[in-house]
Design a protein around this ligand. Structure first.
Ligand SMILES: Cc1cc2nc3c(=O)[nH]c(=O)nc-3n(C[C@H](O)[C@H](O)[C@H](O)COP(=O)(O)O)c2cc1C
Length: 179
């Protein structure tokens, strides 16, 4: 069983959650690699903000050619919630869909977002549906609020998310700890 944890993070919150997930998985002897989604150019906040208002707009991501999804049994995808669109994640999702069409990607994706506190539910549901329409199964989703990540209160939720991930693996992880 091998998982790929892949995430985009601009200001560090999604990265913090990813690190906590990685610690949990490694602590439970799950083999997990990490791929950080990096745009080809670093843009400043006002530019990203502008692009985030354009639904479905992709922004190219580095190093996808070196990423072989066939090595993995499941993916975890983490994204910040950006207005209507996080362009680097949109680009990465398009890559996932192409790989899925070629049967080169695992079918299971565990999804999580971090957010400030505005319209996160519809955002994650849309992302989930978009993946499901393209043939992925998304059995577990997680939402982690920026303020809770910053004050440490997200830990319990992150552990619960990881617990559900272990429960959903096929075959399920043999020795699942309580969340
Ligand atoms: C361009 C941009 C747009 C954002 N739009 C929203 C939004 O619509 N709703 C919301 O709850 N948070 C929004 N946020 C806040 C982020 O979702 C939140 O801070 C998140 O944790 C950032 O993750 P990161 O630190 O990994 O980049 C936005 C942040 C940025 C930079």
């Amino acid at each position: 069983m091998k998982i790929l944890l892949t995430y985009f993070s601009f200001t560090g919150n999604t990265e913090k959650v990813s690190e906590a997930i990685l610690r949990y998985l490694h602590g439970n002897e799950i083999n997990c690699d990490v791929f950080r989604i990096e745009p080809v150019f670093k843009l400043s906040y006002p530019f990203w903000l502008l692009l985030s208002f354009i639904p479905g707009l992709p922004f190219p991501v580095k190093n996808l050619k070196s990423l072989d999804l066939e090595n993995y049994d499941a993916l975890i995808l983490g994204s910040p919630k950006w207005t209507f669109n996080c362009p680097s994640v949109t680009y990465f999702v398009r890559f996932l869909k192409r790989e899925r069409l070629k049967a080169k990607s695992p079918s299971k994706i565990f999804l999580f977002i971090t957010y400030g506190g505005f319209r996160e539910d519809s955002y994650i549901q849309k992302l989930k549906m978009d993946l499901e329409i393209s043939g992925f199964s998304v059995p577990v989703v997680g939402k982690f609020k920026r303020s809770e990540i910053e004050n440490g209160k997200a830990v319990e939720k992150i552990n619960k998310f990881c617990f559900e991930v272990l429960l959903s693996l096929n075959p399920p992880h043999p020795n699942i700890p309580k969340p």
